[in-house]
Design a protein around this ligand. Structure first.
Ligand code: TA6
Length: 295
């Protein structure tokens, strides 16, 4: 929700989006974009003069407590099934919670939105019962010629806690079968399809369901449309997750069109599994990702 003290610049509007959910819309000379307060979920970013960069399924749900399929889902405080048995829902509660818009500013066409979530905001959110820790999460999104997203987590409690995090970004591509990801060559990855650990040989290409957690802090370059590359540059992230569900998995997901698998790839900025973040009381950690389009 938006507290009454937050003033919105002319380039930022709060509206009713899909499913009647509150959405913040941004339009400047540099870019347009949108973010749903449910999940602090970026669902659109288009640099002026370019094609949309972010993909959202035409079959996505838009309802309180439901994950939006596509955009940039915020995975926190666990990733996938998490590292302990019984954690649900997948990817934690942050993407299901209603975040507060605490600031909106326009700096010469670069619009920055700041959203907040604390323990006090998650009562009744699916999964919140698994997380007894006091925390303060701040999500900062800058819509400009580039898109910059940063997730800061602070331990506001009296005991250490450990969490996983991912910016689970869905990028639009012309056809996954002619898409490649550069920048991960030589790094090891967990192949979640086969269960094996392997080393990446050259560029990542896609010939079937692909679900890999790479040990890499490097910039990834996604070449997914003629003449277009998207640079994914990370700060404080040692894992890059690459995912495409391919045919069978997408047909099995009700919020994912059966033939949509060809038009997207997830390249996720993350700290997961053994690279989860430990925070002592009073400590904080910020992970960020910058998306730049060359087309
Ligand atoms: O990041 C890849 C992944 O962990 C896949 O295993 C798949 O589960 C995907 O996330 C989507 O998860 P979701 O819970 O959004 O359906």
């Amino acid at each position: 929700m938006v507290s009454s003290s937050v003033s919105l610049p002319a380039s930022v509007t709060l509206a009713e989006g899909e499913g009647g959910l509150p959405v913040v819309r941004v339009q400047t000379s540099l870019a347009s974009g949108e973010l749903y307060l449910n999940g602090a979920h970026v669902t659109s970013w288009t640099p002026t003069g370019s094609q949309p960069v972010i993909w959202v399924s035409g079959s996505s749900e838009f309802a309180p407590g439901k994950a939006i399929r596509g955009g940039i889902p915020l995975c926190f405080p666990w990733f996938g099934p998490g590292r302990e048995p019984g954690l649900a829902p997948a990817h934690g509660f942050a993407r299901l919670a209603l975040w507060r818009l605490v600031e909106a500013r326009d700096d010469d066409g670069e619009v920055t939105l700041v959203l907040g979530l604390t323990q006090a905001d998650i009562h009744g959110v699916p999964g919140a019962g698994h997380w007894p820790h006091s925390f303060s999460a701040t999500y900062t999104v800058t819509f400009a010629r580039d898109l910059i997203v940063a997730l800061r987590v602070e331990n506001t409690g009296e005991e250490m806690f450990s969490y996983e995090e991912a910016l689970h970004t869905y990028l639009a591509v012309t056809d996954i079968r002619s898409t490649s990801v550069q920048g991960l060559a030589g790094t090891t990855y967990l192949d979640k399809v086969s269960g094996a650990v392997a080393s990446q040989d050259g560029d990542v290409s896609f010939t079937g369901e692909t679900d890999r957690v790479y040990n890499s802090a490097c910039t990834a370059v996604v070449t997914g449309a003629p003449g277009r590359s998207v640079l994914v540059t990370k700060v404080n992230s040692v894992n890059t997750v690459v995912w495409n569900p391919w045919m069978a998995k997408s047909a099995a997901m009700p919020d994912f069109g059966d033939d949509e698998w060809t038009g997207m790839v997830c390249v996720e900025t993350a700290n997961v599994l053994d690279d989860a973040i430990d925070l002592a009381p009073g400590e904080s950690h910020t992970m960020s990702s910058r998306y730049a389009v060359t087309d």
